[in-house]
Structures are given as C-alpha cells and as structure tokens.
Design a binder for this molecule. Structure first.
Ligand SMILES: Cc1ncc(COP(=O)(O)O)c(C=O)c1O
Length: 481
C-alpha cells in the first residue's frame, strides 16, 4: 500500500500509518504493537478497521499475531519492499523482440498508446457481465467448491457458443466444443494436437506475435506467407509455398487479423480450404476478432468447409480447428475461450485436461447467463458503433499526416496497420516514444524474421480522447523529427 491514490478506505490509510510507524522504528523488530483498543483510540478508528489493517499487515509478513498476546513486528524496515514500479515509466534501454513484448504486456499496453491506464466508468455491457458473474458466484451451493468441472467445460456455456456458431452457418454438437483459458491456450492445444516438433507451419506475415511464441515453444518451423493489409493471406504465395515445403498446418485469422484488421474475401477462403484438402493440412482458424465486426459477423472458415468439402459435413472429420475467446469482443480479463477441434478434438480435450484440468464453473456459468439474457448481443451492438467511430477518428488523424505512409482500413477488430516510409525504424522509436509517454507496438513483433521495421500497429480499442490525440501527435513528431 504505497500509493496514496489507492488508499480509498480507512483501513488502508491505517495500514499505511502502521507501516510508517514500523519503518520509522516506532515499533522495532520483535516488539509488540499497542493493543487494538489503544490503536482504536490513537487513530480514531473502529475495532473492525484496526483489525482489518492488522490482518493485512500480518498477511504481508510484517506482523505476527500471538494468541492472547497481541501483534508483534516480524520484519526489519529494510526488508520492507520498495514501492512497486509496475505501470510506471522506466528509463529507455535497448530491447530484444521478446523482451519488448514483455515490456508492452507489463504496461498492459498491447492495445493502447498510453502507458498509464486512465480510470474510467465501466461500459454497461461489462457492468451486466460482472453482475451475471457475481450472481453465479453467489449461487454456489454446498460443496460445489470441492469439485472440478468437466474438462470440456460447462454445458450451459457450450450451448450458448453452439447457438452463436450455428447462426454463423456452423452447426456443431456441444461435444464438438471445448472451453479453454483464452484463445492463446486454444491455439496452443490446436498446434500441439496436430503438429510434431520440427513440422512446418504456415502463418500470415505480418501476424499475431503470440503465435510466433507458440511456434518457438513447440519447436515448430515457420513459413511466413505474405498477408495483404486489407485482404489477408496471399493465396498465390501460399500455393507456391505448398509446392516447396512439407507444410503440416496453416494458422490464419480470416476475420480482422491482427495487426492489420484484414478480412479474407470468400474466394480466398475457398481456395485455402481446397488447398488444405489437396495437401492434407490442418487449418487452425483464429476467430477471436469475428465478433468485433462493424457490419455482419462473417461466417467462419469452418462453416464454409462444411458446405464445400463432403467429408467435413461431419464435424468430427473437419480439418479446421476453430479457436476463439471473449478477449477482444468482451473482456481480456475473463481468460475464457473455446476450441472446436474437428478430427483432433479428442486429443485437444486430453491436452486441455493435462494442462489445466478444468475451467472455473462460476465464471462459465456467469458468462452463459450473460449470453442467455441477451446482454452479449446488446453489448456487441453498442460496441461496434463505438469501435467504428474510434477507427474513423484514428484514420482521420493519420490521414492528416500526408501521403508518404499507408494505412489499412479494417471493418472490424481493434487495430490498424500503419506503414511508415521505408527508412523509419519503429524498434528504435519505441524507447524514444516511451520517454514521451507513448507506447507503440513496433512492426517486427509481428514477424518471425523481424520484418516490418517501418510499421506499427495502432489500436482504436479505446476512447479517442485528448490524451490519445496528443500522444499520437507526439508520436508523429518522433516519426517526422
Ligand atoms: C489474433 C489473436 N489471437 C489470440 C489472442 C490471445 O487471446 P486470449 O486473450 O483469448 O488468450 C490474441 C490477443 O491479443 C490475438 O490478437
């Protein structure tokens, strides 16, 4: 409790006052603190407040409660941790790409240009979500807490997902869907199930950095297939790669791929599926951005496959593994996703059990209720207007920069791709931007081979307020300076 702005409650203020007393050696190591009654009088606090503050200090290992005796100081002031610097700016230093990603993630800034999170009101969709989850938690009965959920996840949530996939032309049974801890885990399970170390996987370039990390971890080899900022995977390039390399799987985001926001046209999708059939590939479909569509939500590749490939009419024979989550459309904080593994589904389920055992039931039930009550659909409806608006504002600002850069124009997703003049070096700009309180996501993060050094992903996930406009103007100054 080092930051005064966080001390909203009396017990937190008192905790800080007692901590100050220990630090200033008013009470030394091994000494007893005054009784609760004395502390109540001295600090004009209630007994509950004093007890709460003491309990928190005890939980931090600073005090020890001895039965029928009182609270004793157990740590020297020098051993008390220095204020946390999480979220604060650190001095600039050179970084490697994985360090850079960690740095961005630590600042919670993968999708924001501002390094410090301004606190705002929760949108109504999230208020309703939290209410549903709270209700599900309160409804826990008896010994619920002593049991794990089915590794595949709760039927009530899978029913809701089944319904929304069937509306997108993808009729699946509940058993064809498994709940995961976010889309990242779904992608991990999918790649683990259909590939062996050393296998070659084709990915979009630029593509999602999380995938590059998974490929590295699973000792898979990568082929970067060029992706167009507006139409996604270049199918001609993919076809030619298939002629040269023993590609085992292709991982694509047909709907609003990150970092560009590209939407693959239907003709490319059909050709991709035909090539997958011809070369016996696994197709891992990252569908995470689909629900952020500004217009109608595009059907997944999996739906197109069912119509085009006879064997895929049986979902258990499908070669498309659909991976997704609520992270982009609802909340990154839920850590709830899903995977529809087709012919690899049993293996995926087994891997999920090994790596996670099960997901939280209360959380799943809360989300299922939220969807069943129509809150998710209402949230998406509100959100898409907001996202489109924010995209337009960001585009408007960038267009005023002049003509020597290119910008993608996504019809969904949370970010766009800005291609600066060739000589720009966005990795070198990163620490300089940080000094000016701007976080950028440099292009090389989106390539296994460090390409796109003159590009950045810019997000429109947040309110387009004065702070962000000014941050973008500072970034422009660096680019042009
Ligand atoms: C394309 C893509 N796939 C997967 C993920 C990971 O999603 P989750 O938060 O559900 O694990 C992200 C997050 O940035 C992403 O952009």
């Amino acid at each position: 409790m080092n930051n005064n702005t966080l001390q909203h409650y009396r017990y937190q203020q008192l905790e800080q006052q007692l901590l100050d007393g220990i630090q200033q050696q008013r009470w030394r190591l091994g000494e007893r603190l005054p009784s609760i009654r004395t502390l109540c009088q001295e600090f004009s606090a209630s007994k509950a407040t004093v007890q709460h503050a003491l309990q928190r200090l005890e939980a931090q290992g600073l005090l020890e409660a001895r039965p029928k005796s009182g609270f004793y100081v157990t740590l020297k002031p020098s051993a008390i941790a220095a204020p946390s610097t999480t979220g604060k700016l650190e001095p600039p230093r050179p970084v490697s790409v994985s360090e850079l990603l960690l740095d961005i993630m630590r600042r919670s800034a993968a999708f924001d240009i501002l390094p410090e999170r301004p606190s705002g009101d929760l949108p109504p969709g999230i208020v309703a979500l939290n209410r549903s989850i709270g209700r599900a938690l309160r409804r826990q009965r008896g010994d619920d807490y002593l049991y794990y959920d089915d590794p595949a996840g709760m039927v009530s949530l899978r029913e809701q997902l089944q319904l929304s996939l069937s509306r997108r032309g993808c009729p699946l049974a509940i058993d064809d869907i498994a709940i995961t801890s976010g889309c990242q885990q779904a992608l991990f399970l999918a790649l683990s199930a259909c590939c062996q170390p050393g296998d070659v996987v084709a990915v979009e370039s630029p593509g999602f950095y999380g995938v590059m990390q998974l490929l590295q971890q699973l000792q898979l080899r990568v082929i970067e297939i060029p992706a167009h900022p507006n139409s996604g995977l270049d199918i001609d390039a993919f076809e030619s790669a298939l002629k040269q390399w023993p590609i085992r799987a292709c991982l694509v985001s047909p709907a609003f791929a990150t970092p560009t926001g590209a939407l693959m046209p239907e003709a490319s999708r059909s050709r991709l599926l035909a090539l997958a059939e011809q070369h016996d590939l696994a197709v891992i479909e990252d569908d995470i951005y689909a629900d952020t569509a500004f217009n109608s939500i595009p059907d997944p590749l999996k739906a197109l496959e069912a119509g085009a490939v006879q064997t895929a009419a049986d979902p258990k024979k499908s070669r498309v593994i659909l991976c997704s989550s609520f992270s982009k459309s609802l909340s990154r904080d839920l850590r709830i996703g899903w995977v529809c593994g087709g012919r690899w589904h049993r293996q995926i389920l087994h891997l999920k059990m090994i790596t996670q055992l099960a997901s939280s039931r209360s959380l799943q039930q809360g989300i299922a209720d939220f969807m069943e009550d129509g809150h998710y659909a209402a949230h998406l409806k509100r959100q898409k207007y907001q996202l489109r608006n924010q995209r337009d504002q960001l585009l408007g600002a960038l267009r005023s920069w002049g003509n020597d850069h290119k910008i993608s124009t996504p019809e969904g997703g949370l970010a766009l791709w800005l291609e600066l003049p060739e000589q720009a070096d966005t990795l070198a700009l990163y620490p300089r931007a940080l000094q000016q309180k701007v976080v950028i996501t440099p292009g090389p993060l989106f390539s296994a081979s460090g390409k796109f050094s003159n590009c950045v992903r810019l997000s429109f996930a947040h309110d387009w307020n004065d702070h962000r406009q000014q941050a973008l103007a500072r970034f422009r100054g660096l680019v042009e300076g």
